[in-house]
Design a protein around this ligand. Sequence first.
Ligand code: UD1
Length: 434
Amino acid sequence: MEQYAIKGGKALEGEVTIAGAKNAALGILAAAVMTDDECIIENVPDVSDTRTLLKAIENIGATVKYIDKHTVSICGGSIVSDGNLCVDDEYIRKIRASYYLLGALLGKYKYSQVALPGGCDIGSRPIDQHIKGFEALGAKVSMVNGGKITAKADRLIGNHIYLDVVSVGATINIMMAAALGEGKTTIENAAKEPHIVDVANFLNTMGANIKGAGTDVIRVRGVSRLHGAEYSIIPDQIEAGTFMTMAVATRGNILIKNVIPKHLEAISSKLSEIGATVIEYDDSVRVMADGVLKPTQIKTLPYPGFPTDMQAQMAATLALSEGTSIITESIFENRFRYVAELIRMGADIRVEGNSAIIKGVPKFSGANVQASDLRAGAALVIAALAAEGISIIDDIKYIKRGYEDFDEKIRAVGGEIEIVDTEKDIQKFKLRVG
Ligand code: UD1
């Protein structure tokens, strides 16, 4: 089983280029099957979640071709829909974003059946708001054997939908189904994340009529068909944020290229508050820190608040500040499982309900730790890079779901990290790094 071997204790310096946004890609790749024409999607991050979704898209009959590492051609015209289209294979249950195929196929064929979503185990993640939205458009939604959801409609008719919780997934899913519905749909209390805007822009490039994405009211006027499009995905806000915190935790200096600084504001302002320097350019940010970091308080919130997907990386950073910080997780339960692993590296963190009370320590020491989900894994990598000595991180399959060439990018900024597979590899790494 692959692991990361990391020798920490070095300030990371250099440049890194951020890939396309994983969460935007998952919505956009699913939306691409909503036309029978070819769509060419650029800046697709080469991570296991996008590869998994593309496999599932191929398995329902769409034609998927990689033009290069980051450009994919998808043609939904070869899907045979006989009213029985079912998305269920070894791939789809691995990722939660499989639910985007529910909305996309429901919009196009007025029928979809998709195996229940998987994904990182970060607490109970219901999909009641997705279902509420589909039902408001006139679909009948039912659960069938084997944990599959079926959504079916004679016609999808526009409606007024108020989301009881701000949900990224439900907003995108309802937007997709309504795009090929009849009449006007209004989604109120919609999520405003940058990738919602990106999926809406892509659908509009395909001929949809969606207004207001990025605000809390989205208006969709249904169209009868969508056409092919070429589209380039926005940069990944969370990958960028991860390298930003990595620069700070290691007291380094990294130029993070191919970003939209506006999308990073919540992260930049917290890092500045704790004593780092963040310089924004048009499409890059430089993040540096030296000396003592100050503590702070953070509460995760829907965009433009502080992202839950940056909570663990920020905790690893604050655990090396001077003083006590509090992080409150308000989006997901069960998102503090990395805490036990950080404690093994010397962190002083106590979890109380949905808050983590973090007492800064001067340093971490290397340890053998285990990634419990994607962002928890990223936090452990950051901690290991800042720690004195060698760490071994298990279960890096979670990290590979969302970070493209993570080890390579970290080496490019001077980090000592290698993928190891056996005890012999670990010994070799230890000999090499001394
Ligand atoms: C997406 C992101 C994930 C990120 C999360 C919050 C993708 C593929 N994943 O996940 O990385 O952490 O947004 O920014 O884009 N909820 C309900 N009912 C629903 C749907 C959601 O109660 O029908 C709740 C969830 O349990 C959670 C909150 O709403 O407490 C937000 O979830 P949501 O925004 O839907 O997250 P995802 O789309 O799953």
